[in-house]
Design a binder for this molecule. Structure first.
Ligand code: GLC
Ligand code: MG
Length: 684
């Protein structure tokens, strides 16, 4: 074999190289022959055909580009190389596609505020650790096990800021201090840390609309300190003359009070000791946002925003139209006498709230640290006003505004009424948003008193089986009743104005046990409001031992809600409503296990016939009845029996979904389907 000299000069032969035609020994012998030829001075062919000359060569290290190209273009090198190249491209593309598909197909995960009920603690009344008769932060700390028993992960604590307590903490003297009655900042930090250790989230009450008249800002505003002069809404008025306009306070009478120090009137939509902040002043907005940051930095998980619809007022200060135009103006003294066109829900309100939201969002980016925001706004029949507090696809606002409609359930108890109230929310909520339900709070009578003890269980069952986040006011999980408060015992400012408006009855001490003061204060014999006389039977300790109790049922349903996909993120469909019964189902596409609820809110026992619904099996087994002796009962679907106040949770198995055939009757927030073979959820 002849070898060109210029090739030989390029370098040393690659002795390790093997090709398909030969072996290493061939290469060695060729190299030797080259050396021999050189040393013997044999002349090389000066210009052989280039194709041929390169074909004659074997590759070796340091070969020239032409040689390399020659070899690399040979099919035996090119084909595997191209295969490898395209394989790498395909695998990379496939991985990118799979990642995008998985992201696109995965339904949104439930956040913590969707995963469990929100429990409202009214701190004055929850647990008194030091025996002064008023509940406190250390008291809440002592009772954290209770939340775990109830499978509650989110706890909203009503205000515990420093306050003169004219409105029991909703009159804040200092937004960055804890009232000594409730403890210290150290107690708060400990409580928050302990709650986080246990996987509990703490939601604080935030009161943007007003401060206490003892707040430093108000004192500085009164003396016209240049920075604080416009922190509140001040208007010229004559101390003994007419008020600036006909606006009234939520607690009754004029919302204007003359201030001797400044010589002007200030606005207060609540008590005169709760002057309204002027949110048209950018410094007020900034100070409020700074306060939000203060608590978020501490690690607080969210805020319940108090009385938000009152935050702005019309600057023109015109009289509001009277509901009854013929009523003498001097008799216009309550919020029900006026259309609150200029004191609530003013233009600009949502821009402000969105700024608050933006502050929360800056702390939400860390994984698992989502900060939650819920609005308090009673808009009554103007439900579309409430719905505006939801975020939109373009702008973030609250996670949800509180849904107060079920608070009206006891006043007209029937199946049709229950469906009507539920539908007020479901029929008006923006598509894809998350519902929520409130059946009690510190401003409204307890269920046991407004609806009657017979309905406590069924109302809690409704609360815990509807789609969305349930909110439970302390004590409702054991069916506590209102207390009777005599005229002389009234503590609530609203009650001092109008006895029937007093909120004291629903604020009595939590009933933990049959011990002294129901276990609320085990040190001294004082409690800020009387303990309900029924505490020896209605208390946590006793009810824990009774599997048929309100408490046991609550705990069972709260756990069931979390563990059952159909209940916490499935379809919600109306099935039936009549004078007594409201019935609905929960199902998830792809999942065989579904739930039917049959709840009797009426005044008579009922036999409900659901035989016209082919998607339901003929026989239905009761998983849980509010009357626990009926657990496990089997009903024909044509004859489902419920007593007054009885509710049934029926678990059934089906491959036939109800929602595709009844799109008008069904709702889902974030649609997802279940794939049983691989046990995953996907967007569908
Ligand atoms: C909210 C509170 C209520 C309070 C009022 C004034 O409505 O729930 O208790 O009195 O705001 O802050
Ligand atoms: Mg205001």
């Amino acid at each position: 074999m002849s070898v060109r000299k210029d090739s030989v000069e390029m370098g040393v032969t690659n002795q390790g190289f093997q090709d398909a035609d030969g072996d290493a020994s061939d290469s060695v012998s060729e190299a030797e022959s080259v050396e021999k030829q050189e040393s013997t001075g044999v002349k090389m062919d000066p210009d052989p055909d280039p194709e041929e000359k390169y074909n004659q060569m074997k590759p070796y290290a340091g070969m020239p580009k032409e040689v390399l190209l020659l070899y690399s273009s040979q099919a035996r090198y090119r084909v595997p190389r191209e295969i490898l190249f395209w394989l790498t491209v395909c695998v990379t593309l496939a991985l990118v596609a799979i990642t995008i598909t998985v992201i696109a197909l995965s339904p949104q995960c439930m956040s913590w505020w969707q995963a469990s009920p929100v429990y409202q603690v009214y701190p004055r009344s929850f647990k008194d650790s030091d025996g002064d008769g008023v509940g406190d932060l250390k008291g809440i700390m002592e009772k954290l096990d209770h939340f775990q028993y109830l499978n509650i992960k989110s706890v909203w604590i009503s205000p515990f800021y420093r306050s003169p307590m004219k409105d029991f903490g909703y009159d804040v003297e200092d937004f960055r201090e804890i009232d000594p009655l409730f403890g210290t900042m150290q107690d708060f930090d400990k409580l928050l840390a302990e709650m986080h250790d246990r996987g509990l989230k703490l939601i604080m009450d935030f009161i943007p609309n007003h401060t206490s008249d003892r707040h430093r800002w108000f004192n500085l505003s009164r003396i016209r300190d240049p920075h604080y002069e416009d922190y509140y809404v001040w208007v010229d008025c004559d101390p003994n003359g007419p008020k600036p306009n006909n606006w009234v306070s939520i607690f009754g009478n004029s919302s204007w009070t003359y201030d001797e120090v400044r010589g002007q009137c200030y606005l207060h939509q609540f008590l005169k000791e709760q002057p309204d902040l002027n949110f048209r002043n950018p410094n007020v907005v900034q100070d409020t946002i700074d306060t939000i940051h203060f608590w978020l930095k501490k690690g607080v998980d969210g805020f319940r925003m108090d009385a938000v619809k009152h935050i702005l007022e019309a600057p023109h200060l015109r009289n509001e139209p009277q509901v009854d135009p013929n009523k003498p103006p001097e008799l216009v003294t309550t919020e029900w006498d006026l259309h609150s066109d200029y004191t609530t829900s003013q233009v600009g309100l949502h821009d402000l709230l969105r700024q608050f939201r933006a502050a929360l969002d800056t702390y939400s980016r860390e994984p698992g640290k989502y900060r939650f925001m819920v609005m308090e706004s009673y808009d009554y029949e103007e439900v579309e006003k409430t719905m505006r507090y939801y975020s939109t696809p373009l702008v973030r606002e609250s996670d949800f505004p509180f849904n107060f409609y079920l608070l009206d359930l006891p006043y007209n108890a029937s199946g049709v009424w229950a469906k009507h109230l539920v539908h007020l929310w479901m029929g008006n909520m923006p598509k894809g948003e998350w519902p929520n339900w409130v059946v009690g709070n510190h401003d409204r009578h307890r269920i046991s008193s407004s609806a009657g003890p017979a309905y406590v269980r069924v109302i809690n069952m409704l609360l815990l089986t509807l789609p969305g986040t349930p909110t439970t006011y302390y004590g409702e999980e054991i069916g506590m009743e209102n207390i009777n408060v005599t005229q002389s015992e009234i503590q609530d400012p609203a009650g001092k104005y109008n006895t029937s408006a007093s909120r004291d009855p629903e604020r009595s001490p939590m009933q933990w046990s049959s011990d002294m003061n129901a276990g609320f204060n085990s040190i001294t014999n004082v409690t800020w409001l009387p303990v309900h006389p029924d505490y020896e039977t209605v208390n946590v300790e006793v009810q824990k031992k009774d599997e048929g109790s309100v408490l046991s049922q609550y705990s069972f349903l709260s756990h069931l809600r979390e563990s059952e996909l159909a209940l916490h993120r499935g379809w919600f469909c109306y099935v039936h409503a009549d004078a007594n019964v409201f019935s609905y189902l929960r199902e998830l596409d792809g999942l065989d296990r579904a739930y039917l609820m049959v709840l009797n809110f009426g005044k008579e026992s009922a036999i409900t016939d659901l035989s016209y619904i082919p998607e339901l099996p003929d026989q239905l087994t009761v998983q849980l009845s509010t009357n626990h002796v009926n657990n496990g009962k089997v009903y024909q679907k044509s004859q489902i029996k419920t007593e007054v106040g009885e509710g049934l949770v029926i678990q059934y198995s089906t491959s036939q979904r109800y929602n595709p055939n009844h799109p008008e009757e069904c709702y889902i927030s974030q649609k997802a389907c279940y794939l049983p073979t691989v046990n995953i959820l996907y967007k569908c």
